[in-house]
Design a protein. Structure first.
Length: 353
């Protein structure tokens, strides 16, 4: 019997955890850690219907493709806008993850999905992962996986609050006893801040910049509260009047002004979730603090400003971009403990109970 079990394990692929983010997809392999971190972009040739590139290769093509090739972010806004493309992406990821060690029995896969996702989309992810060769597929909502990745005691009877600010969506969730107590999913996240910056620069400086430039500015000089020394960035865009390239200098205070409304929306939404939280759990959160994850958590000064408005300590995750992927890894290590956080079937979405 033991010998047979050993044989089974020798023939079985390493378990895989996937964070299917709107901006970045991260793959964790049990026993190896994070093996892949790629933008969630797929390039498709519309003439043949075939996928030409996935991940960073495809991201390079965004905004630069000839007419018949389109680069798609299939998960943008937290919805799977194109099932076939998502399936191609998942197949690519699963194959990449086991490219050196493909075995007879497929891997067990835990997939983190955006919490705004519908039942139909969950079924699509499940089918796609199965078709990619998985032996078992388990689905978990991303804010839950992020909380587990931050090693918050999600299975205990204490309130944990997590804000996961991604590319397309932000998730604000209160978790206790393995379930979501109150939550909100909003489309104000990293991408929205980029478009805020584009609009601001267009109206203030009369030049047009692309999304990539806007994101670079946000990461380089974006700060929600004034920094000690003023930060500056020189950017190139197209002059709206002459149509020719022009350079301007943008400061951190420009960026702050540009994104202020979106930051207000995030703060207001956090307050709404807190208001919908039962008093005992609220008191746990006041005591334990609020935890930030996702790439958006890296904007300078977000923690302190949030703290000031909600009057609760705010902690930023170590390496917030990988919290969800690490969470899927922790779940894989101990499926028994975490079985209740997994979505057993599509009619059983924790946030929709
Ligand atoms: P998702 O889970 O939706 O894929 P991520 O958690 O990977 O999203 O976060 C991606 C977002 O984080 C992008 O909008 C990106 O611009 C933003 N981001 C990454 N690093 C920083 C940074 N240092 N400062 C501000 N925003 C950042
Ligand atoms: Mg995410």
């Amino acid at each position: 019997m033991i010998k047979r079990l050993k044989n089974f394990y020798a023939l079985t692929s390493h378990d895989i955890g996937i964070d299917l983010g709107t901006a970045n997809t991260i793959v964790y392999v049990r026993g190896k850690g994070i093996v892949l971190n790629e933008p969630s972009v797929v390039a498709v040739n519309q003439k043949t219907g075939r996928v030409v590139a996935v991940g960073s290769q495809a991201k390079q093509m965004l905004g630069r493709t000839p007419a018949h090739i389109i680069a798609i972010r299939p998960l943008v806004d937290g919805v799977i806008s194109d099932f076939e493309v998502t399936e191609e992406m998942i197949t690519y990821l699963v194959n990449q993850a086991q490219k050196d060690s493909k075995k007879m029995f497929g891997p067990r896969v835990v997939v983190g999905v955006p919490s705004g996702i519908t039942n139909v989309e969950i079924r699509a992810v499940r089918d796609a992962t199965k078709n990619a060769g998985a032996r078992e597929v388990h689905i978990v909502e991303e804010p839950m996986a992020a909380a587990i990745g931050m090693r918050l005691p999600v299975m205990e009877p204490v309130g944990n609050m997590i804000i996961d600010i991604g590319g397309g969506t932000s998730d604000i969730a209160v978790i206790s006893l393995g379930g979501v107590v109150s939550s909100k999913n909003l489309r104000v996240a990293g991408d929205k801040l980029n478009t805020d910056i584009i609009s601001y620069i267009r109206s203030e400086f009369k030049i047009l910049i692309g999304e990539k430039t806007a994101e670079d500015i946000k990461i380089a000089i974006g700060a929600v509260v004034p920094t000690e020394a003023s930060l500056e960035a020189v950017i190139k865009g197209r002059d709206l009047i002459t149509g020719l390239p022009r350079e301007v200098v943008v400061t951190d205070s420009d960026v702050r002004e540009a994104i202020s409304q979106s930051i207000d929306t995030l703060i207001e939404s956090t307050k709404e979730v807190l208001e919908a939280t039962p008093p005992e759990i609220m008191s746990d959160i006041m005591h334990r603090g609020v935890y930030l994850a996702g790439g958006g958590a890296l904007i300078k000064g977000l923690g302190p400003i949030l703290e000031e408005y909600i009057k609760i300590p705010v902690h930023v995750a170590d390496d917030p971009l990988t919290a969800v992927a690490r969470g899927t890894g922790i779940i894989l290590e101990d499926m028994e403990t975490f079985k209740e956080v997994l979505i057993a079937n599509e009619d059983d979405l924790p946030s929709k109970k």
